[in-house]
Write a protein that binds this ligand. Sequence first.
Ligand code: COA
Length: 113
Amino acid sequence: MTQPATAPTVQRVDAKHRYEILVDGKTVGLTAFRDHDDQRVFYHTEIDDAFAGQGLAALLVQQALTDVRGSGKRVVPVCPYVAKFLKNHDEFAGIADPVTPEVLQWLETVPSK
Ligand SMILES: CC(C)(COP(=O)(O)OP(=O)(O)OC[C@H]1O[C@@H](n2cnc3c(N)ncnc32)[C@H](O)[C@@H]1OP(=O)(O)O)[C@@H](O)C(=O)NCCC(=O)NCCS
């Protein structure tokens, strides 16, 4: 397991529709999204194997959801990790919307997702 020398940082990369988490300046994970009107739909989260089990996904998603809340948008947790995170973090309940068949259908139409 690789241990970070400095605190991890999270950044939103709009061009890639994702938030990335960096350790010692290197991207080691991401949570990917697409915007659907005022909803930010999260559909995939991953952390490099070498950095798994250190709470990095939790930090990444916590900061991503904080950013979403700050922008006045709402969250749709298609990604199972984000869905589980929301279940365990009531502080974001007010900005969470359910995953609907309509959203899933729309997500399928998003190019090069
Ligand atoms: C899922 C993943 C992002 C977790 O990253 P991580 O930095 O190791 O996660 P953390 O240390 O922050 O949290 C670990 C928690 O994630 C949970 N978890 C692991 N895989 C999960 C999954 N597929 N769906 C939901 N939760 C998952 C673990 O049960 C653990 O829960 P706990 O805190 O209640 O014990 C990482 O294992 C990964 O990249 N997996 C492959 C891709 C994937 O399956 N992504 C999720 C669905 S899109």
